[in-house]
Ligand binder design. Structure first.
Ligand code: ATP
Length: 204
């Protein structure tokens, strides 16, 4: 499978935030997107996820067959916000996401064990600490199989042990032929990745 960005440009509020972004990622490859605040990392991820339209160029996903014909159908997008309902329990939230994303992988209880939250699936999401909320959101990656992970500051709020666990999850995903695009200010602890510095890019 291949995730390809061609001559991609994105805008917010009518202003071009980035332009001429090009990358091609194959099975098992990761792209780490860095750059200062406001340089367009989140905008790029949202364009790749098809949550925002590209103002120029396009994103393609090849080799996903009928199951994953487009980048948006092939990706898990974990944004800054965790996209979980505070009044629903962690289990209910993950059940929603598993039905939404399809291709069930780990059972919800197993995914929560994997992120060290085995004991709190019954709690409303809103009761969780900041780091626990992030870990519960990251469990979405494990409850459904999707080949592309788009992660916006995935370590925000995580303690050291959870950062290490996330690095292991990402390594495993890459070993299984997955693709990752992650925006981050901190090293993510995964080796052999490609990089894209939005801070050194000319704006459109
Ligand atoms: N809804 C919006 N309307 C107008 N401008 C926006 C909107 N959302 C973001 N922007 C602007 O777009 C630019 C890029 O923002 P973006 O969130 O993509 O940057 P970022 O590199 O992810 O930043 P950070 O490191 O702070 O997360 C910023 O100048 C921001 O103010």
């Amino acid at each position: 499978m291949r995730l390809i960005a061609e001559n991609l440009a994105g805008e917010r509020g009518g202003e071009t935030v980035f332009a001429n972004v090009e990358f091609a990622l194959e099975d098992g490859e990761a792209l780490i997107v860095t750059g200062p605040n406001g340089s367009g990392k989140s905008t790029l991820l949202r364009v790749v996820a098809d949550l925002l339209p590209a103002s120029e160029g396009k994103v393609r996903f090849e080799g996903g067959g009928e199951k994953w014909p487009t980048p948006s159908s092939a990706c898990h997008y974990i944004g800054h916000l965790n996209a979980m309902k505070t009044a629903l329990t962690v289990n209910e939230n993950l059940d929603f996401w598993q039905r939404f994303a399809g291709e069930p992988a780990l059972a919800i209880a197993e995914a929560l064990e994997e992120v060290g939250l085995g004991h709190i699936g019954h709690l409303p999401f809103g009761y969780l600490s900041t780091g626990q909320k992030r870990r519960a959101a990251l469990a979405r990656l494990l409850v459904s199989r999707r080949p592309v992970w788009l992660l916006d500051e995935p370590t925000a709020g995580l303690d050291k042990a959870s950062e290490k666990r996330l690095a292991e999850m990402m390594d495993q995903h890459l070993d299984e032929g997955g693709i990752i695009v992650a925006a981050t200010h901190l090293p993510l602890g995964i080796e052999g990745v490609k990089s894209l510095d939005m801070g050194t890019r000319p704006h459109g």
